[in-house]
Design a protein around this ligand. Structure first.
Ligand code: NAD
Ligand code: DAU
Length: 339
């Protein structure tokens, strides 16, 4: 099996590439990644010499490159994306380029190579948000995205499904809830809060901190994608969630507790514009069809995550200082969402 993973140098993609190389020693994995600010070769340093692994630096929206790599693969798993909601609020151009045009370019390449198997990694944010008593999202929930990020992901999902109906492209889509775990870029909730506290800095909780997310440990997400690419029904979408709805303030207090920090380290700051109030996932379809359910409990996942950041200061300190970007000659635009 030759698997083309796009965005494999990011958070979930790198966890997935490592998971696949370990679980299937006869699979070959090519990682196509542009190495934006969120992509980091250090995320896969431990496998870079594995003969079954190859890194290619490039843009999924580069037609020629996409055609060549997709043709050589048996399956494409598309992780590549601009993924941070706050950045999409500041400037959404890159989100349109990668999430929509990039996905379209890959779909065209998959079609051109005779209908290549294509799995698209998407998000529950495409469904919009929920009130406190609404039932969780499922595969039949209508799309209603509310941020430029989620709108661009929703557009990509529609394109993927359109290529199934129109051209019979053998696709699957997963709509997953919030992930946490090792290698998460330290601008997302867990990465930012844990590293801030390790640096003795306060943690910025948006608004009242009562927004709810359904948290899933990243390795469980990798396992769900593994099931879908091997056993999923072509043309099917799968909702993947953690059965772990928590308000942000509870996550924050758990991180404080695990690091022995006091609640004085919490700083309530201006809310995110259009902040989605609640996400929750009903994953009964993937459970009954493919036998997947989350394995990692909240306590176990949180402990593993905090330990990982404690033990990998070199990784996140280079990111927070911008040193890793100088190395890759990249441009860094700091977030100014909370002025
Ligand atoms: P990330 O931002 O950590 O990584 C994205 C990766 O894509 C980076 O390595 C980046 O360099 C690469 N990339 C960006 N633009 C590219 C381009 N034009 N061509 C090639 N590579 C490019 O993101 P993540 O959190 O790992 O998310 C991965 C995927 O999973 C995304 O599609 C995201 O929408 C989806 N998702 C994420 C979560 C979550 O909680 N993080 C939950 C559900 C779904
Ligand atoms: O639901 C899946 C989505 O989860 C993915 O599609 C996105 O790629 C991923 O980034 C994530 O989106 P969120 O916006 O939910 O994640 P984020 O880590 O940015 O924020 C989680 C919650 O924490 C959200 O309610 C905003 C809040 N927050 C976040 C940051 C960075 C804060 O209160 N303070 C912060 O500094």
């Amino acid at each position: 099996m030759k698997l083309l993973a796009t965005g494999g140098s990011g958070f979930i993609g790198s966890n997935f590439v490592r998971y696949i190389l370990k679980k299937y020693p006869d699979y070959k994995v090519v990682n196509l990644d542009l190495l934006t600010y969120a992509g980091n070769l250090e995320n896969l340093k431990d496998v870079e010499k594995n003969p079954n692994y190859k890194f290619v630096k490039g843009d999924i929206a580069d037609k020629e490159l996409a055609e060549k790599l997709v043709k050589d693969a048996d399956i494409v798993v598309n992780f590549a994306a601009e993924s941070h909601v706050d950045r999409s609020i500041l400037d959404s151009a890159a989100f349109i380029h990668t999430n929509i045009i990039g996905t379209h370019t890959l779909l065209e390449a998959a079609k051109a190579s005779g209908g290549k198997r294509f799995h698209h990694v998407s998000t529950d944010e495409a469904f919009g948000h929920l009130g406190p008593n609404d039932p969780p999202f499922n595969e039949k929930t209508p799309y209603a995205p509310r941020s430029p990020y989620s709108a661009s992901k929703a557009a990509a999902d529609h394109l993927v499904m359109a290529y199934y109906h129109t051209y019979n492209l053998p696709i699957t889509i997963s709509n997953c809830s919030n992930n946490y775990g090792p290698y998460q870029f330290p601008e997302k909730l867990h990465g930012l809060f844990i590293t801030n506290l390790l640096e003795d800095k306060k943690v910025p909780v948006y608004g009242d901190g009562m927004q709810v997310r359904d948290w899933l440990f990243v390795e469980d997400h990798c396992e769900a994608i593994d099931k879908i690419i091997h056993e999923g029904k072509i043309g099917g979408t799968y909702c993947v969630g953690g059965n772990c709805e928590k308000p942000n303030i509870e996550i924050t207090k758990k991180i404080l507790e695990l690091l022995g920090a006091s609640e004085e380290m919490i700083e309530y700051v201006k809310d995110r514009p259009g902040h989605d109030r609640r996400y929750a996932i009903d994953f009964s379809k993937i459970k009954s069809e493919l036998g997947w359910e989350p394995r990692t409990s909240f306590d176990e996942g949180m402990k593993k995550t905090v330990e990982w950041y404690k033990n990998n200061g070199d990784w996140w300190k280079k990111i927070k200082s911008g040193e890793y970007l100088e190395y890759y000659e990249k441009q860094y635009k700091p977030l100014r969402i909370r002025e």
